[in-house]
Design a protein around this ligand. Structure first.
Ligand code: 3HC
Length: 318
């Protein structure tokens, strides 16, 4: 088949909502975009474990500790599904790790903010995982099969993450004055970085148009952001908390909340590596990778031994 007919066949499959699988022909740029997005998504999951991991030993009681532990472990699992999905596109785990550790690869800006109090565990679950769900549900219908299937599993676990966060915020906002203040302070610090998670405005997003043509991205950054704000403002009312945006106002005509100007200078500054915790996060990831070398070596040695033993057994049986 000529490249033109391969391209035609690919375009026709995407148009007919037939998922593209690892062994299918795909345009190089499609592969590159998927590798970029899926590996950065995986990095986000792994780096995202750090702000919450910081509070496991300081959870207020055993139940909260167990729930937070389960959530952080889930994030590690999400990272592994996504690295595996990225590997089907021809990149190795080591290459992706090198890109993360060298600062070449991005991960979600949100994880470069510090988790200062226990209430941050509530705000992260409620807002960050809430935003992640808003962004990840459409990805369950991404045109690339391994990515879409990984997302189905991830989204099931994200809803537990969001609910446990909301429950922490509800407990605090219904608690003492000090606890309510803690919850409001966490909302004040996590509100704007959470709405930045959806990426730059559509008119400043170099990847959105092509990603939507390839049915990787199903809904644009701005539309997902708006949906998230519309839902979350109502949830804040149930908590009796006020998002830190004086321009937030229901617009009867559009049926959405109008909201204030987002500080895109802050966003790009954090994306470029100058956020409050970028350095600390990368240091922690590099340290974990170095300290985990013996585990990887042991697992590889074990799997090599196992396959030698299995080969011997099948040679005997033949
Ligand atoms: N943080 C860091 N970089 C970001 C970003 C963010 N929040 N939003 C956008 N960017 C980067 C993009 O990666 C792109 O840079 P690149 O071309 O060098 O990769 C640039 O800014 C322009 O953005 P675009 O909108 O053009 O890029 P995309 O079309 O890729 O859209 C995205 C950005 C919406 C984040 C998209 O990549 C996406 O949907 N990714 C998958 C979901 C994801 O990664 N979520 C991150 C959070 S995961 C999480 O929260 C885990 C949860 O369990 C806690």
């Amino acid at each position: 088949m000529t490249v033109d007919s391969l391209q035609e066949h690919f375009d026709d499959k995407v148009k007919r909502e037939v998922t593209i699988e690892p062994r299918d022909w795909m345009p190089d740029d499609y592969r590159k975009t998927l590798l970029r997005q899926i590996s950065q998504h995986a990095h986000s999951e792994i780096v995202g474990m750090l702000p919450e991991g910081n509070w496991i030993t300081r959870a207020p009681n055993l139940r909260r500790k167990a729930v937070l532990l389960a959530k952080v472990q889930d994030e590690a699992g999400h990272g592994l599904y996504l690295y595996s999905a990225a590997e089907t596109l021809g990149s190795s785990r080591d290459e992706m790790m090198e890109q993360l550790h060298s600062g070449k690869a991005k991960y979600s800006s949100i994880f470069n903010y510090p988790s200062l109090t226990w209430a941050d565990m509530g705000a992260i679950g409620w807002l960050v995982d809430g935003a992640a769900i808003m962004n990840q549900v459409p990805l369950c219908r991404a045109s690339y099969g391994p990515y879409a299937r990984a997302m189905v599993r991830v989204c099931k676990e994200e809803s537990f993450h969001q609910r446990q966060g909301f429950e922490i915020m509800l407990t605090l906002s219904n608690g003492t004055e000090v606890q309510k203040k803690l919850a409001q302070d966490a909302l004040n610090r996590w509100w704007w970085p959470s709405i930045m998670m959806f990426g730059p405005p559509d008119d400043n997003s170099p990847n959105t148009e092509q990603s939507m043509r390839w049915r990787i991205k199903r809904i644009s950054n701005d539309e997902l952001r708006q949906r998230f704000i519309d839902v979350t403002v109502e949830q804040a009312k149930i908590l009796g908390l006020t998002p830190p945006d004086k321009d937030l106002k229901w617009n009867e005509a559009t049926g959405h909340y109008d909201f204030g100007a987002i500080n895109w200078d802050e966003f790009w500054n954090v994306v470029k590596g100058n956020g409050p915790c970028n350095k600390e996060r990368l240091e922690a990831r590099k340290k974990a990778w170095e300290e985990g070398e013996w585990v990887r070596e042991a697992a590889l040695a074990y799997s090599k031994k196992r396959s030698e033993r299995n080969n011997k057994i099948s040679a005997k049986a033949a």
